[in-house]
Design a protein around this ligand. Structure first.
Ligand SMILES: Cc1cc2nc3c(=O)[nH]c(=O)nc-3n(C[C@H](O)[C@H](O)[C@H](O)COP(=O)(O)OP(=O)(O)OC[C@H]3O[C@@H](n4cnc5c(N)ncnc54)[C@H](O)[C@@H]3O)c2cc1C
Length: 390
């Protein structure tokens, strides 16, 4: 059992059963043992630690909610959330890899794929033999993905795919890509593109200050011939990619709080130990205000995602509720990270402590899967009934 005590101000542990506590502890121990000792070095080098993939697969972090008959862990959404929280306590980039694999690659194959596609890909994605990526965003279409210009044309038993995707997590090393493109009728469809198909390349995006331990790249399609059997038959239109985002946003809502918890823990420990003017800085009112506000916001976020998990398990969580939780958790985590960094003074900017890495990572998390502003508009539309997007 790990010595780490997560901030649990409202005794939420009591609401989590024994089975879920065991799942949490096994991810927590793995993060402490395998991830924390190496993550700073990999983030500084801007490299994804690929050696973590088999351990992540073994823990069931790839597709936790996918049924066991397809190689998934067959867990519920509370378990999925707890797993993402523990993983992101370590690093948002590593959680991103798990989110992409489970929510954005395995989920669409499970929800919209043919039986043959499910049997062919899901078990190998679950055990980490294959790594996937999800191509929705384009250079000129980010917040408005429906405007995408990537498209495919009919060519006998194949289609010919052209276009480009940008900002794609896992792209530089992914074995397969779930690509959303317009069919000859102009409707969005998902298609499975495999590395090695002629005309398909995945150049890496360099010089990121954020998610440095996660690989990001482009997907470029230059007359790529893809068998028609690779089209996901179960969905047409934006419902396909949006339902994947819904899954991933749910995981992020839990995950970002993990980063916040790590920042808070670090700041609290430091404030108790660091002395200035003859006493621990935790004894000064201004530092206590920061810590008090941090734990308050984290606790509010924890209650929100816990309730969301119940609704999700009952299949009652609406996309707008999930959107609110994603926005709130990431905004909370960013605020906590910024305050925690100040508590550490000069030490807060170094890699000796995880806070600056979390803070920089969260700048991506607040942008991807719908920006903070886009999620405000989703809530705004939900409560007013008026679309303010365009
Ligand atoms: C590290 C990283 C990893 C990513 N991984 C993936 C991935 O794996 N797959 C994938 O498909 N995408 C991925 N993305 C892309 C991400 O989802 C987009 O960056 C995001 O959707 C925003 O799009 P954009 O960057 O084009 O910004 P834009 O859409 O150009 O937005 C710029 C600004 O304008 C604001 N804005 C836009 N529209 C409105 C409006 N109607 N009203 C008010 N304000 C508005 C936005 O909130 C934002 O502040 C990733 C991004 C990053 C940074």
């Amino acid at each position: 059992m790990s010595q780490y005590k997560a901030p649990d101000y409202y005794l939420l542990d009591e609401l989590i059963g024994e089975e879920h506590r065991l799942i949490r502890d096994s991810v927590r121990q793995w993060v402490n043992r395998e991830l924390l000792p190496i993550i700073e070095e990999y983030a500084q080098r801007a490299e994804f630690p690929r050696q973590l993939l088999p351990g992540m697969a073994q823990l069931g972090l790839f597709g936790p909610t996918i049924p066991e008959e397809y190689g998934g862990a067959g867990l519920d959404y509370l378990a999925y959330g707890i797993m993402m929280q523990e993983l992101e306590r370590g690093d948002s980039g590593i959680r991103s890899t798990a989110s992409v694999q489970g929510s954005l690659v395995m989920y669409p194959i499970y929800a919209f794929g043919s039986e043959e596609q499910k049997r062919n890909y899901l078990p190998r994605l679950a055990n980490g033999e294959l790594i996937g990526c999800f191509g929705l965003t384009e250079p000129d279409h980010g917040s408005n993905p429906a405007g995408m210009i990537s498209r495919f044309e009919d060519d006998g038993d194949h289609v010919v795919l052209n276009g480009a995707k940008m900002w794609i997590s896992n792209a530089p090393f992914a074995d397969i890509a779930i690509v959303w493109a317009k069919n000859p009728e102009g409707k969005v469809q998902g298609i499975i593109v495999e590395r090695g198909m002629e005309g398909f390349s995945t150049p890496e995006t360099h010089n990121k200050w954020s998610l440095r331990a996660s690989a990001t790249g482009e997907l470029v399609f230059d007359n790529v011939r893809v068998p028609k059997s690779h089209i996901l038959p179960g969905v047409t239109g934006m419902r396909g990619p949006l339902s994947c985002l819904n899954q991933a946003r749910y995981g992020i809502a839990w995950g970002a709080l993990g980063a916040a918890m790590d920042c808070y823990d670090t700041a609290l420990r430091y404030a108790r130990e660091r002395e200035q003017f003859g006493k621990p800085i935790a004894g000064f009112q201004l530092q206590q205000k920061k810590l008090a506000e941090m734990i308050t916001e984290i606790t509010k976020g924890q209650l929100l995602v816990w309730r969301l998990a119940t609704l999700k398990n009952e299949d009652r969580a609406t996309p707008a509720q999930i959107s609110m939780a994603k926005r709130n958790s990431v905004a909370t985590a960013l605020h906590v990270a910024r305050e925690a960094r100040q508590v550490l003074g000069g030490m807060g900017i170094t890699g000796e402590y995880p806070i600056m890495r979390h803070m920089m990572n969260l700048e991506s998390v607040v942008t991807y899967e719908g920006t903070h502003d886009i999620h405000l508009l989703i809530t705004g539309m939900d409560v007013t009934g008026i679309n303010a997007f365009s």
